[in-house]
Design a protein around this ligand. Structure first.
Ligand code: ZN
Ligand code: ZN
Length: 578
């Protein structure tokens, strides 16, 4: 049946004129999204599409078959389109869809994390989302919650059948994450039910299923704890899988080796600049103290001293709020990017459920929430122990706090979001290219300083370099650990001695790289690609290069992979110069 449809469809498409091709493609995208959400109901709920809230997919063979045929069938339809006949917006959507569909069989058949990574089995986040977000009345949300609960025992039984020789690191993490999620079905659910208007019968039915769900989670955790697992798989993704995963997730023009070499070269360059700057700042901050022979130790001492310049705990939030309009004014004054004043960034104290997670972060409205505001969540340090607050404030000292605001807000994530919302694409908001998004934010930090933000204060540059080293060393660490056998000692040396991180931060990063792969590369990979592309255009256009037009044009394509944006921008340039 499906095959027949594809054939009929191909005849229709090939007879199309270009403008019709876009109409056809738009309707393809619609049916693609409908099927995507039907196959991945949990993902749908997470992005604010709530039609399938009552469904929990049991990850058995049948569910995988459904994913695989979805991928094959949609790819067949997609291949009927002639990319050249599509608009730029649809071209980038086309490539994102193709990449995503091609990744599905690879993840299932080759990567196989459903066998060795027990953290893929955890339902609590999905259920917590239904209690926390007010997208619908509490009663309706709770009824869907109840329906979804019924499949939890089957879900965990299937998980046990799927798991084979899991890594010890993912097993430990799965145990703690699943245990951490139990409260959703106990205290959180109880509190929500109390506020609801459900009948006592409904409540007790939900409660019974919640108890069964908790038993299933605890049973799974106990089962994981009892695994003998003598042939545990290494947490390192390895040379065979890593480059392919990198290609699917980063979607970069550079391959793994190129990105690695670029990161190593940039680390060297940053160290040289930092040594020069710290040497110049030494007398001012360290007086007559003799300089250590190890230059990186010298840099670290100067950084530690500069970090003492920071706001007080109770003015942390107001310091951030005050900076946002200043950053916007600078961007406008220097002609770097148009910032639409009609779409202001709403600064708010971070909501309780995010408390303590991060100093500052952006919350964008989901793709199905068009009216939603973009929030800049600022953490309050009230209630923090003095020692913890002090260490945090030294990290986000007077200088680094400015770089953080550039990254998160203006002209970083927030400004990028405003632009991507101008060419609204459900595909690009759902299949967002993380390397482009993070790369833009990292690029914007350098771009602001290059254009005189902070009046070339050496302290600001030094702190910026330290911050940039974090992105650079994330990449060296990730590729080093997963491809090159980097040991724990080597990793800690890299982060503490070469990237100037505190022991606790470095330890956290080591824990993270053992249970994730590739994602840590997105910051630097995207940054390097955007930066290189800008330099390429500058060299090519000479006098005609205009930074503001470059930024606005670049951002107008939305959150698509940099390599596709580059191709489209270059071809437009060709057309215009003819
Ligand atoms: Zn202090
Ligand atoms: Zn970011």
């Amino acid at each position: 049946m499906t095959r027949l449809l594809v054939l009929v469809f191909s005849i229709v498409v090939s007879a199309c004129r270009p403008e019709d091709a876009n109409v056809e493609f738009d309707s393809f995208k619609e049916s693609f999204m409908d099927r995507l959400w039907e196959v991945y109901p949990g993902w749908a709920s997470n992005v604010g599409y709530h039609k399938y809230d009552s469904v929990l997919v049991v990850p058995d063979r049948e569910a995988f078959e459904k994913e695989l045929s979805f991928a094959a069938e949609e790819l067949a339809v997609l291949s009927q389109f002639d990319v050249a006949s599509l608009s730029d917006n649809n071209k980038t959507d086309y490539y994102l869809i193709k990449n995503h569909l091609e990744s599905i069989p690879w993840y299932y058949n080759e990567e196989r994390s459903w066998e060795w990574n027990p953290t893929v089995y955890n339902v609590s986040g999905l259920f917590a989302h239904m209690l926390v977000n007010n997208y619908d009345s509490l009663d309706i949300r709770l009824r869907h919650f109840g329906l979804r609960l019924a499949s939890v025992p089957a879900y965990y039984e299937t998980a046990k059948q799927n798991i084979k020789n899991p890594t010890r690191e993912h097993t430990r993490l799965a145990i703690s994450q699943n245990l951490g999620g139990v409260s959703v079905f106990e205290d959180d659910l109880d509190a929500a039910m109390k506020k609801s208007n459900l009948s006592e019968t409904e409540k007790s039915e939900i409660k019974q299923d919640a108890d069964r769900a908790v038993n299933a989670i605890r049973g799974f955790v106990a089962w994981l704890g009892d695994l003998k697992n003598e042939n545990a798989r290494s947490f390192r993704l390895g040379k065979d899988l890593y480059p392919k995963k990198f290609a699917f997730e980063i979607q970069s023009a550079f391959d793994v080796d190129e990105v690695y070499e670029k990161a190593v070269a940039r680390k060297k360059m940053l160290h040289e600049k930092m040594i020069t700057l710290a040497g110049q700042l030494w007398p001012e901050y360290m007086g007559n103290a003799p300089q250590p022979a190890d230059k990186l130790v010298m840099v670290k001492q100067v950084i530690d001293k500069i970090s003492l310049t920071h706001v007080s705990p109770d003015s942390f939030q107001s310091a951030i709020e005050k900076q946002i309009p200043e950053l916007a004014a600078f961007v406008t004054e220097k002609d770097l990017l148009f910032i639409d004043p009609a779409k202001p960034l709403v600064v708010r104290k971070e909501p309780d459920y995010m408390a303590g997670v991060a100093g500052a972060s952006i919350s964008a409205p989901g793709p199905y929430d068009k009216e939603g505001n973009t929030y800049y969540n600022v953490g309050s340090l009230s209630g923090w122990e003095a020692e913890r607050a002090e260490s945090y404030l030294r990290e986000y000292n007077h200088y680094l706090l400015q770089v953080l605001n550039i990254h998160e807000a203006i002209p970083g994530h927030y400004a990028q979001l405003v632009y991507s919302n101008q060419s609204p694409s459900i595909i690009k908001s759902v299949l967002t290219n993380g390397a482009m998004v993070e790369g833009w934010a990292v690029y914007s930090e350098l771009m602001m300083l290059e254009n005189g933000y902070g009046n070339d204060q050496p302290e600001l540059w030094l702190m910026y370099y330290k911050w940039n080293l974090r992105a650079v060393c994330n990449t060296i660490l990730d590729i080093g650990v997963h491809m090159k056998g980097m040991t724990e000692d080597e990793a800690m040396h890299l982060l503490i001695n070469e990237a100037f991180q505190q022991e606790a931060e470095a330890r956290g990063k080591w824990n993270r790289v053992q249970v994730t792969s590739v994602q840590l590369c997105s910051y630097f990979a995207g940054f390097a690609e955007i930066h290189d592309f800008r330099e390429e255009l500058k060299a090519r256009l000479g006098e005609d290069f205009d930074l503001k037009s470059f930024h606005e044009k670049f951002l107008s394509y939305g959150s698509a992979p940099v390599k596709h944006i580059r191709t489209l921008m270059l071809s437009e340039l060709e057309k215009n110069s003819r």
